[in-house]
Design a protein around this ligand. Structure first.
Ligand code: PMP
Length: 383
């Protein structure tokens, strides 16, 4: 768009210069891969690079996860987080809880990343429904609504939960709220399917961002966790994802993986190697792992800084309303609370581009455009 003064809906992380960022650790590991004469372009195993799958599951579940120690964790290397959701959905439609799985309700948050609906519908689920999540008025979690939907969902329904940095609202349950969610899900025998697309992006700390996933494991759930390395490694076009499977015992993992092999075979047959190799080398080499965590923190910190600056500027301008939700929300996205008319003003009058829902990607803000954006928000709210 020729005269864009600020694009607040870039599809990915951007630096303060508005540019894509190749993580320094990724550049380093790419050189190691090129220099390694032992590597070739043979097919990978159907389920993917073993050292990638195990290390990816480890960062989701934790180094000392009891489930890993008990050999009841398996993984499938997938094409991005989307691929991991797809593999999980295809498996569940074929094998979860009886023969009539097309009818099993799949619940996704209202609102959610819109592809959730289509991925599950395309896998053959006929009943993909929303569960209450966002309270527009209080600009926060609708916990009572969420728990209510868990209580009334048919037993064995599948619930897609955002592990952290909920897209698009930037609002996650607190630890206390997660424990309430887990309690109902366990009692009502609901299936937990985590989508972890932003680990590290919410707080800057991998372990903190995996709290919910790990808590559910301690509560004895069998579950799937779709992991994406698109954002936290900046490897968007390499399609690196992992489906972590936590099962009751080692025998169940083996059975699930043997069916997964069949599904992969008819879907992409073999996964691509470059991105998975990059991630595996990084996660399995202490110095590179430390450097990666530092790189992730750089991205998370920039987002936090933009949140704090935007909120401070709106407060300084005396913009009507409260803007605490800007700093309370986490991850890349924010629901600003701007209504469609205000969004239209921003686009038409100020050449600032954002979603009609009022969602912005915080990475679209830079030290150069933030004053202009804050003033424009002020104007549209006052007018
Ligand atoms: N889940 C959520 C919540 C997302 O926001 C995204 C990407 N926007 C994905 C999954 C998919 O990630 P990937 O690009 O790795 O397929």
């Amino acid at each position: 768009i020729g005269n864009t003064l600020a694009c607040l809906s870039p599809p990915a992380y951007r630096t303060d210069e508005g540019q894509p960022w190749v993580l320094p650790v990724v550049k380093k590991v790419e050189k190691l891969i090129v220099a390694d004469n032992r590597l070739n372009h043979e097919y990978l195993p159907i389920l993917g690079l073993p050292e990638f799958r195990s290390s990816a599951s480890k960062i989701a579940l934790g180094e000392d996860s009891p489930a890993i120690q008990e050999n009841r964790v398996g993984a499938v290397q997938c094409l991005g987080g989307t691929g991991a959701l797809k593999m999980g959905a295809e498996f569940l439609r074929r094998w979860y809880n009886g023969n009539d799985n097309m009818k099993t309700p799949v619940y996704v948050s209202a609102p959610t990343w819109e592809n959730h609906n289509s991925v599950f519908a395309n896998a053959g689920f006929e009943d993909v429904r929303p569960y209450k999540y966002w309270d527009a008025e209080k600009r926060g979690l609708d916990l009572a609504g969420f728990l209510g939907d868990l209580e009334t969902a048919p037993k064995h329904s599948i619930f897609v939960l955002h592990a952290c940095a909920h897209n698009p609202t930037g609002t996650d349950p607190t630890h206390m709220e997660w424990t309430q969610v887990a309690e109902v899900m366990k009692r009502r025998k609901l299936f937990v399917f985590f989508d972890s697309a932003y680990q590290g992006f919410a707080s800057g700390c991998l372990d903190k961002d995996a709290w919910a996933v790990r808590y559910f494991v301690t509560q004895g759930f069998e579950m799937f966790c779709a992991q994406s390395f698109s954002k936290n490694f900046g490897l968007y076009n390499e399609r690196v994802g992992n489906l972590t499977i936590v099962a009751r015992d080692a025998d169940n993992v083996r059975r699930v993986l043997s069916q997964m092999e069949k599904i992969v075979r008819v879907t992409w047959s073999n996964p691509p190697s470059q991105g998975a190799r990059l991630v595996a080398i990084t996660l399995n080499t202490a110095e590179l792992f430390a450097e990666w965590k530092d790189n992730v923190k750089t991205m998370a910190d920039r987002v936090l800084l933009m949140r704090a600056s935007l909120q401070a500027k709106l407060q300084a301008l005396g913009t009507p309303g409260t803007w605490d939700h800007i700093t309370q929300q986490i991850g890349m996205f924010s629901f600003t609370g701007l209504n469609p008319k205000q969004v239209e003003y921003m686009i038409k009058e100020r050449s600032i581009y954002l979603m009609a829902s009022g969602r912005i990607n915080m990475c679209g803000l830079t030290t150069k455009n933030i004053d202009y954006v804050a003033k424009s928000i002020h104007e549209t709210v006052v007018n």
